[in-house]
Design a protein around this ligand. Structure first.
Ligand SMILES: C[S@@+](CC[C@H](N)C(=O)[O-])C[C@H]1O[C@@H](n2cnc3c(N)ncnc32)[C@H](O)[C@@H]1O
Length: 235
């Protein structure tokens, strides 16, 4: 199965996770807070690359931004359109980031959450996003945090699953079959630097363990967290 087909199968339930799962709710709240702090306030154009079912596209549109939202999965875009009825500020398009066509420098902001890890040539994808950004634009991305203990444990369990031919931990970490990249925060910052983008602010997101709300701040550290999310602008 190809990556877009894998996400096709998950499209109908993708938005529900952000309602039903405390880790997704927390992820959304913290990313929304980062966007509010770092994106320029003037309502202009933003690209959501790998928008999935449009959860963040809708948030951005309610803030007054005009959103172009793309995803390689046909079903994700179908689901996003269905979820966004009445949001006139969002233009959804089925497109892989690799083949997306837009004028250089045409977006004042670009967001891309949990996309880069699924892309074959992530350096090319970052260069493309940087090229689409206006001269004072802001890019916000989230990626798996390779430095986090939770990713190492996840990788170990997945390795056991594969080695045991699915007899142990069956079904666990299915998405790892499609993931091509993970990043230490340092590595990602360096890749952005190579495209002339400087970090404004970075945060860590749990998403491994669920628990009461007081647990989350303890787990949202580099040594544990599953995800790193950072905002960059031209240096
Ligand atoms: C983990 S989901 C994240 C969705 C959304 N950004 C979110 O945070 O809820 C990754 C999304 O990236 C899309 N995707 C994977 N490879 C892609 C590519 N090369 N170009 C565009 N979208 C891609 C998938 O179809 C999927 O919807």
């Amino acid at each position: 199965m190809k990556t877009d087909q894998y996400f096709d199968l998950r499209s109908s339930r993708w938005s529900d996770q952000y309602v039903q799962d405390v880790r997704f709710r927390r992820r959304f709240e913290r990313i929304a807070e980062l966007l509010t702090r770092t994106l320029p306030t003037s309502p202009t154009s933003v690209l959501d690359a790998g928008c999935g079912s449009g959860v963040f596209s809708r948030f951005l549109s309610t803030k007054g931004w005009n959103v172009t939202a793309i995803d390689a999965s046909v079903e994700m875009i179908e689901s996003a359109r269905g979820n966004s009825q009445g949001s006139e500020r969002i233009n959804y398009e089925v497109s892989a980031i690799e083949s997306f066509k837009a004028e250089a420098g045409s977006f004042d902001a670009i967001v891309s959450f949990s996309l880069l890890e699924y892309v074959e040539r992530d350096d090319d994808a970052i260069a493309k996003l940087a090229g689409l950004l206006s001269s004072d634009g802001v890019l916000v991305v989230s990626v798996p945090n390779r430095s986090g203990l939770i990713r190492k444990l996840e990788g170990l369990l997945f390795g056991i699953r594969v080695a045991s031919r699915d007899r142990l931990f069956s079904g666990r970490g299915e998405y790892l079959k499609y993931q091509k990249n993970q990043y230490s925060p340092f590595e990602l910052d360096l890749m952005m630097r190579a495209q002339g983008l400087k970090k404004m602010r970075g945060i860590y997101l749990n998403s491994g363990l669920a628990g009461p709300s007081w647990v989350f701040p303890i787990l949202e550290r580099r040594w544990w967290a599953a995800m790193y999310c950072a905002a960059y602008r031209r240096s």
